[in-house]
Design a protein around this ligand. Structure first.
Ligand SMILES: NC(=O)c1ccc[n+]([C@@H]2O[C@H](COP(=O)([O-])OP(=O)(O)OC[C@H]3O[C@@H](n4cnc5c(N)ncnc54)[C@H](O)[C@@H]3O)[C@@H](O)[C@H]2O)c1
Length: 326
């Protein structure tokens, strides 16, 4: 059984106005915390994402940048636990490398320093499957080596994992890192290069135009539904595990062709795919998580099937589009 360590505690969520962070904040309220502090600069997150809980007296939203280290330190001083989710998207990282360094690399050093100074009980760090680049083994275990990663984003995530590891070793600071695979669901990013394929296809279904598959559709991903990712975060806080890194995926590999077929099926749609040239956005042709470690230590197994998740995501997207029209 999972203990509730969140009760009467102050929880800081960096990046809490974003896709995953806002779902996490919403779920945490049910665990009876003393306070939830959200730090977000709204570079990508929105007040709309937080509208379900913005007026809840348990929640304090602070609009600010994590690189304002005095501010971050002040918030950490008040906090028992930290979920560190703030990050730039993979492509945005290369637009301003100095800012990326400060907000993705230096920030986690400052965060760890402050956490030690202020006796934070645990940091739950949002890492990414990007640390693997194209993995060597499928399903990919956490021990797969990270040397195929070629991105700044993946490098920053790996640094985050490693600095936390060293702070555990140096100062006993507890942490758990979660390497998410392809997270999707209501509120997901509609513009990101990896996930946008779902959104583009939903637009095709809505507009009754043939959905486009770039390349032959054989690229695979491991899609994990948002509520399962939130569940993993809460388990990572509540279980007595530290100094461990877990893959968080579905443990199922889905090709883009299969994804489209399922998406058409759940929307009762008989449009036919149109194959176009590969747009080469994604240098990684395969993703499949080995989730046995998370299962063993966090009792993690996904609850939401891809079919069910796609149904919910489609409903959300069509409703949002409808509302925007009003
Ligand atoms: N969505 C995925 O598929 C996925 C996969 C792997 C890892 N992740 C990681 O999970 C975490 C959450 O991802 P998400 O999908 O919710 O992304 P998101 O972009 O929706 O959320 C990130 C949030 O961080 C905020 N932010 C960015 N830089 C900041 C800064 N310097 N100071 C304060 N706030 C800042 C943004 O405004 C945004 O609200 C990120 O660390 C991301 O790298 C996500």
């Amino acid at each position: 059984m999972q203990e509730n360590k969140i009760k009467n505690k102050t929880i800081l969520i960096t990046g809490g106005a974003g896709f995953i962070g806002s779902h996490l904040a919403s779920e945490l309220i049910g665990f009876d915390p003393k306070k939830i502090i959200i730090l977000d600069n709204l570079i990508r997150g929105t007040k709309e994402n937080m509208k379900k809980f913005m007026n809840n007296p348990l929640v304090e939203f602070v609009q600010g940048d994590i690189i304002d280290f005095d501010l971050t330190d002040r918030l950490i001083k008040e906090s028992d636990y930290i979920f560190h989710l703030s990050a730039l998207r993979i492509n945005a990282c290369t637009e301003d490398l100095t800012y990326s360094f400060n907000s993705m690399v230096k920030a986690i050093f400052e965060l760890a320093e402050s956490a030690v100074r202020n006796d934070v009980k645990k940091i739950i760090f949002s890492s990414s499957a990007s640390v693997y680049g194209l993995a060597q083994n499928f399903p990919t275990p956490e021990s797969d080596n990270p040397y195929n990663n070629t991105t700044f984003y993946g490098a920053a995530k790996l640094w985050g994992e490693q600095i936390l590891r060293s702070y555990k070793n140096l100062f006993g600071l507890d942490y758990t890192a979660l390497r998410y695979f392809n997270v999707y669901g209501p509120g997901m990013d509609a513009t990101g290069k990896y996930t946008e394929v779902m959104i583009r296809w939903l637009d095709s279904i809505r507009n009754n135009t043939n959905p486009v598959i770039h390349g032959d559709g054989s690229t695979t991903m491991d899609f994990v539904y948002i509520s399962d990712v939130v569940k993993a975060n809460i388990a990572a806080l509540n279980y007595d595990v530290s100094d461990m890194i877990f893959n968080i995926g579905s443990g199922k590999e889905t090709s883009l062709k299969e994804l489209l077929n399922l998406m058409l099926k759940v929307n009762n749609c008989d449009l036919k795919p149109h194959f176009a040239d590969s747009n080469n956005y994604n240098p990684v042709s395969r993703r499949l998580a080995d989730i046995s470690l998370a299962n063993k230590h966090l009792n993690f197994s996904p609850d939401v099937s891809l079919e069910e998740g796609l149904k919910k995501t489609s409903e959300w997207y069509f409703e949002t589009k409808q509302e925007n029209k009003k």
